[in-house]
Write a protein that binds this ligand. Structure first.
Ligand code: CP3
Length: 340
């Protein structure tokens, strides 16, 4: 069944649709009153485990903003269900039983995501039904390093002392955890594709914790295995490696169709790295949306103009939208990009 709005998938394929497609990272969230209304009735954990509510929330920015793609409402940390490890959202994530020693790493039970994460695959099916082929649905996971960083740090970290300490003092323990995490994530993404997602995004949100040389040595081989695995799933992949523009050249070595660009580099400079034959996604600083409409318009138009040097451009923010954003300015951004 063809989609009514194919612009996002066309751009993933390297085509240039009539307008630049746009979606926003974290487009379903607390900045939207409709989302807060749902969240007032359930916890975040309950929401992620209720396929019908996930579908309702996934569609809120499709109806409210007019974006060209939906992203499954879930979280990168639900995969810990396959390990039997609980995450509380306060609202920042907290893992009560972090894994820091070799003994703790060896004691982990790596369950099958097809068995433990069925509610995510149900949510994919519920989203696809609710979308009724209006726009494509993006599935996602955290990259092995970002996901593992939560398991080891136990929370969002500033310095990444525990996981970097593990990399440098117990590299074999780290590599073993990365190996298992990567296998889990491969199967998790396969499950999402089997359930019906039209594209995938891998978030390496905390990649910038490492120097490029250490990222290449300790992380890139595992990320490469994940990316190569997804090439066999038949849907395009967006690879978003965030936090240090010097990692962009490493990300661009991997065969993802689309390279996500964060806001730490200007789009023309990013495309100079990824080259004219690559599709890019990004990269407006999300905090710009806290500024006046004229500023958002000017910066968005400049980003679209710069994006023309790439093979194709999917407009997005350079990281997740702030919870303090006025939904009206997000809606305005979509109109500006569509008319640029
Ligand atoms: O983009 C979307 O609309 C889809 C939903 C989505 C969420 N989290 C919902 C969410 C996606 C794609 C994510 C990914 C995610 N989760 C990442 C990678 C992307 C990034 O931002 O770098 C990371 C690092 C996480 C971990 C996570 N989950 C954090 C750090 C937090 C707290 C954030 C905060 O703003 O307080 C969460 C919770 C979370 N995930 C919320 C939402 C809407 C807020 C929870 C709430 O409703 O109380």
């Amino acid at each position: 069944m063809p989609l009514q709005n194919e612009t996002f998938l066309q751009a993933c394929r390297g085509e240039r649709p009539a307008h630049t497609p746009i979606w926003l990272m974290r487009q379903a969230g607390r900045y939207m009153p409709e989302y807060r209304a749902v969240r007032s009735r359930v916890t975040f954990n309950q929401l992620c485990r209720s396929p019908d509510l996930c579908a309702e929330v996934t569609l809120q920015p499709i109806d409210g903003l007019g974006v060209d793609a939906a992203i499954l409402f879930s979280d990168i940390l639900v995969v810990f269900d396959a390990l039997g490890i609980d995450v509380r959202f306060e609202p920042s994530p907290v893992i009560a039983t972090p894994v820091r020693t070799e003994a703790e790493a060896l004691a982990l039970r790596w369950g099958d995501p097809h068995e433990h994460l069925g509610y995510v695959f149900d949510a994919v099916r519920a989203c696809k039904r609710a979308l009724a082929d209006r726009v494509p649905l993006i599935g996602f996971c955290g990259a092995p390093f970002t996901t593992l960083s939560y398991l080891v740090e136990g929370q969002t970290s500033r310095e990444f002392e525990k996981i970097k300490g593990m990399i440098f003092s117990a590299p074999k323990v780290f590599a073993g955890l990365m190996e298992n995490m990567t296998s889990l994530l491969c199967e998790y993404l396969r499950g999402q594709v089997l359930a019906g997602v039209d594209a995938l995004q891998v978030f390496d949100s905390w990649a910038g914790a490492l120097s490029p040389a250490d990222y290449r040595e300790h992380v890139l081989p595992h990320l490469a295995r994940l990316v190569h695995f997804t090439r066999g799933l038949g849907v395009p992949l967006i690879l978003f490696v965030r936090g240090n523009a010097n990692l962009l050249a490493l990300a661009a070595e991997l065969p993802a169709e689309v390279i996500g660009i964060d806001w730490s580099i200007d789009m023309d400079q990013a495309i100079a790295v990824t080259g004219p034959n690559r599709v890019v996604q990004g990269n407006l600083d999300p905090m710009l949306l806290l500024g006046p409409a004229e500023l958002v318009e000017r910066k968005a138009r400049a980003c679209v103009a710069a994006g023309r040097a790439a093979k194709a451009h999917i407009f997005n923010l350079g990281h997740g939208i702030s919870r303090h954003t006025d939904p009206a300015i997000a809606r305005h951004l979509v109109e500006v990009v569509h008319s640029a």
